[in-house]
Each structure stands twice: as C-alpha cells, then as structure tokens.
Design a protein around this ligand. Structure first.
Ligand SMILES: [Mg+2]
Length: 156
C-alpha cells in the first residue's frame, strides 16, 4: 500500500496540542507517514562547527523528542535543517503531500519551489486541519482514479 508522507514543523506547529492531536490521528492510519522537518540544530557539534565555537549550548531537543516519542514518530523521520531554509530538503525529499508550518516565509518558499508538495499555514488559520485532510484525500483519490483508468484502459 502506498504511504502518503506529510511533514510537520515543530516550533509553533507540532509543539501545539491541537496539532499533536491531529498528528496522533494520522499516526493511526496505515496509509499515512508522519515526518518532522525543523530548522533547529540537530546537535551541539553542528552548532559549534557553524559558529566556530567551543561553547556547549546543550542542544538536547528534549522538548521535541518528548512529543515525537509520545506520538511514536521514529528518529529516521525527524529532519533538522540546522538553520537552513526548509524548501531544499522538502524538494529533495520529493514526495511529501504537504508540509505544515507557522512561518509564512518557509511556506511561501515551499509553495514556489516544491510542487506538487503543498504548504499549509498553522498560524492564524482556523481551517488548517480541514485543509490538511482535503489535500491528503485528494492525493489518494487522484492515485486511485489513475489506477482504475489504467486497469480499465481498453476494456470498454
Ligand atoms: Mg515554526
């Protein structure tokens, strides 16, 4: 069965309880794969290298891991961009149905560069969940229709 991959920003997004509740719903669907894409630093070593410093800032990301562990999102589906823009990762990944983020700059860049992946605003958007669902269902519907068309091609 095809898996439909979706990506959540963490700070200001998956950090919030209502969004966690939705991610929990998605985790129960065997046709959806939940990923996290955050601009945070993944670890102290990358941070120190970038800033040419030896200062240990203690980047444990404990708060993030607490949420992702509770939701059951595996480590391999958590991506730290280490302060880079998200769109190159989203684009290279290729098959996210959508990414949800509270940052309009990231969203704008994803919309401009990462089609067919959609970007959904988690900030000031009371309809974020309906939008996530609609895009996800449409992606699945499109595949089913294409499959049926291929299957019945030439039989009528
Ligand atoms: Mg954010």
């Amino acid at each position: 069965m095809k898996k439909y991959k979706v990506s959540f920003d963490f700070d200001g997004t998956l950090e919030l309880k209502p969004i966690q509740a939705y991610a929990r719903e998605l985790m129960q669907r065997d046709w959806v794969e939940v990923w996290v894409t955050t601009t945070r630093w993944g670890d102290d070593e990358k941070y120190k290298k970038f800033y040419h410093t030896t200062t240990n800032v203690d980047l444990t990301n404990n708060d993030l891991r607490e949420v992702t562990n509770e939701l059951g999102i595996p480590e391999t589906r958590i991506h730290f961009t280490n302060m880079e823009n998200k769109w190159p990762y989203i684009k290279s990944h290729g098959d996210f149905v959508w990414h949800i983020d509270d940052c309009w700059v990231e969203n704008r860049q994803i919309l401009n560069n990462c089609a067919p992946t959609k970007a959904i605003s988690a900030f000031g958007n009371p309809n974020w969940k309906a939008k996530c669902e609609r895009i996800l269902r449409n992606a699945m519907k499109k595949d089913i229709e294409a499959e049926l068309r291929a299957k019945y091609k030439g039989t009528d």
